[in-house]
Design a protein around this ligand. Structure first.
Ligand code: A3P
Length: 307
């Protein structure tokens, strides 16, 4: 398949999905070699859907007995170091990492569509858990462009959003089409709710404390009555809040590992629902909303855009 340029790189279509061309090899190596174990926790997202937040929350919930909130590794490490990406980082360039030595439960992240996950994860006899975080496509499109801009991967004066927008509507963007990505995990969460938890960024923004409890319960780490009384749910929500993480030194300066081609600070921009209004015209927003309504059809999945 010929490669196509998109904002920030080249994509190639593989079995109906658009991948960053330079990450395809890593995807295939990950698919072939990764062996899930029962205690694994897989965090799945489209880029710019709140992955960093989900990583911080899951890490804090699961490790809350290993260290207090005041001593959390999150205070001195970017969440992307604590929860590595499988195909972008660990399996990069065909590397086969030694992840057997990672402490259990292993918390790992991926942007791959559901049907591309290694068979050992999908296997129903394996009890590993998957959490999918979905965000409305208008804000995701906006966030992607701002992220590429912040990291010098596109340049503002020469950039028109018409071309990337058109491509996005055609489904041509990394891990796209977007609607197929959400629907894959949505269907899986309906079929197997013990294994796949489907969350929405907008719901986390509305009520983070309930979301923290939901994640904990789903993963088999429910908060005890004593923990709740002691305010641990709120403490974890505060620790992982945008304002807190954004202002930590470890997230302000420097760049992540070269595989990311990104500054630490670029993962913490505005964190608002509805920021698309500053980038998309009303007619673009309208088109994207209609397109998604049509694509999501009768699935029962509705995405909230704040429009
Ligand atoms: P914006 O660009 O709209 O600000 P990802 O982590 O998947 O790369 O997504 C990044 C988006 O999540 C950015 O959105 C970023 O600001 C937002 N984000 C990062 N940390 C967050 C947090 N702790 N709470 C809420 N949103 C957060």
């Amino acid at each position: 398949q010929p490669k196509k340029p998109v904002a920030g790189g080249l994509v190639a279509n593989y079995q109906g999905v658009w991948f960053y061309a330079d990450l395809l090899q890593a995807t295939l190596t990950f698919q072939k070699h990764f062996k899930a174990i029962d205690s694994d926790i897989i965090l799945a997202t489209m880029p710019k859907s709140g992955t960093t937040w989900l990583k911080a929350l899951t890490f804090s919930i699961v490790n809350r007995n290993n260290h207090s909130v005041d001593e959390s590794p999150l205070l001195f490490s970017n969440p992307h170091y604590l929860v590595p990406f499988l195909e972008i980082y660990l399996y990069k360039d065909g590397n086969i990492p030694d992840i057997d030595s990672m402490p259990c439960p292993r918390i790992l992240a991926t942007h791959l569509p559901y049907q591309f996950l290694p068979s050992s994860i999908l296997d129903c006899s394996n009890n590993c858990r998957i959490i999918y975080l979905c965000r409305n496509p208008l804000d995701v499109f906006t966030s992607v462009l701002q992220f590429l801009l912040q990291n010098g991967r596109i340049s503002s004066p020469s950039m028109s959003i018409d071309v990337p927008f058109e491509r996005f509507c055609q489904g041509i963007h990394p891990y796209g089409p977007f609607w197929d990505h959400c629907l894959g995990y949505w269907d899986a969460s309906l079929k197997n709710p013990q294994k796949v938890l489907f969350l929405k960024y907008e719901d986390l923004k509305k009520d983070i404390n309930s979301s923290v409890k939901k994640i904990a319960g789903f993963l088999g780490y429910p908060f005890s009555a004593e923990e709740e009384e002691a305010g641990l749910v709120e403490e974890i929500a505060m620790l992982c809040s945008f304002e807190n993480l954004k202002n930590l030194d470890c997230n302000k300066e420097g760049e992540l590992h070269a595989a990311f081609r990104a500054k630490h600070s670029s993962f913490f921009r505005k964190a608002e629902v509805g920021d698309w209004v500053n980038v998309l015209t009303p007619s673009m927003a309208n088109r994207l909303e209609k397109l998604f309504q049509e694509k999501l059809g009768e699935s029962g999945l509705a995405l909230e855009t704040n429009s």
